[in-house]
Design a protein around this ligand. Structure first.
Ligand code: BMP
Length: 228
C-alpha cells in the first residue's frame, strides 16, 4: 500500500456514465486518500449518484462535498442539509463571504454534524489574481477567525502556498492545505506538497487518463517520498 496525499476530484467528463466513474474510482482507490464531489457531479447524477460513489469510497479518510458555498448562512445550510446523511465528512465554502451571517453559522452547523469545513483562500485559474488574490491577507484573517479544518490554495501558484503556510504557522494556526491544479492545469505532481500543502486535489489527469491506476500509483510514489 503506497502512502499518498491524493484527493481524487470526481467531475463528470463529456457524457461519461456514473458506472464508468465508479469503475475508475475502484481502479485507483488504493492510491488515494479521499474524493471530492462538486456541483457538476450532483447536477448530472443527483443525490443517488453521490450515494453510489460514496458507497465505493466509504473507507477513505476524506469525502468532500464541494459546492464552494458563497451565500447567506441559512441558504448554505439548506444546500448542505440533503447531504448530511450520505457519508460526507468535509465541505467547501468560499472564505470571502466572511463570518457574521455566513461562515460562523455554517461552521456551527457543520460542527454539529461532524463535518469539517474547508475554505477557499485562492484559486488555481489565472483569473484568481483579478480579485481574489488582491484580498489574500483579508482571506487569511477570515481563516484565522473561522478556524476551518482546511483551506484551498492552488498548486498553480506555489508561492502563495508558501506564503499562506508561513503566515498561518507564524500565528500558531495549523490547517490542512488542499491544492488543486496538478496535471490538467499544469502543476507537477508533488509540487504543492513541496511548497507546504498537505493534499493534492487531482481530477482529470488520473480519472480520464488511459491508465488511471498507473498514473495514480506514480503520483502516490512521488508523495510517499515527500511525506513522513
Ligand atoms: P483537475 O485536476 O481535473 O483540473 O480538477 C481540479 C479540481 O479541483 C476540480 O474539481 C475543480 O473544481 C477543483 N478546484 C480547482 O481546480 N481550482 C480551485 O481553485 C479550486 C478547486 O476546488
Amino acid at each position: 500500500m503506497v502512502m499518498s496525499r491524493i484527493i481524487l476530484a470526481i467531475d463528470p467528463y463529456k457524457d461519461v456514465e456514473i458506472k464508468e466513474l465508479i469503475a475508475r474510482l475502484t481502479r485507483v482507490k488504493s492510491y488515494i486518500v479521499g474524493i471530492k464531489l462538486g456541483l457538476p457531479f450532483i447536477v448530472r447524477y443527483g443525490i443517488m449518484g453521490v450515494r453510489s460513489i460514496i458507497e465505493e469510497a466509504c473507507d477513505l479518510e476524506h469525502i468532500i462535498l464541494d459546492f464552494k458555498l458563497a451565500d447567506i448562512a441559512p441558504i448554505m445550510i439548506s444546500a448542505i442539509e440533503p447531504f448530511i446523511d450520505v457519508g460526507i465528512n468535509e465541505a467547501i465554502a468560499h472564505a470571502f463571504i466572511g463570518l457574521k451571517g455566513g461562515l460562523q453559522e455554517l461552521k456551527e452547523y457543520l460542527n454539529k454534524n461532524n463535518i469539517r469545513l474547508i475554505l477557499v483562500i485562492s484559486m488555481s485559474h489565472p483569473g484568481s489574481i483579478d480579485v481574489i488574490d488582491h484580498s489574500l491577507n483579508e482571506l487569511i484573517r477570515v481563516a484565522e477567525r473561522v478556524k476551518p479544518y482546511g483551506i484551498v490554495v492552488p498548486a498553480t501558484r506555489p508561492r502563495i502556498i508558501r506564503m499562506v503556510r508561513e503566515k498561518l504557522l507564524s500565528r500558531g494556526i495549523f490547517v490542512k492545505i488542499y491544492s488543486p491544479g496538478i496535471g490538467a492545469q499544469g502543476a507537477e505532481p508533488g509540487s504543492a506538497l513541496r511548497a507546504g500543502a498537505d493534499y493534492e486535489i487531482i481530477g482529470r489527469a488520473i480519472l480520464f487518463s488511459h491508465k488511471p491506476e498507473e498514473i495514480a500509483m506514480r503520483i502516490a510514489e512521488i508523495h510517499e517520498k515527500l511525506v513522513d
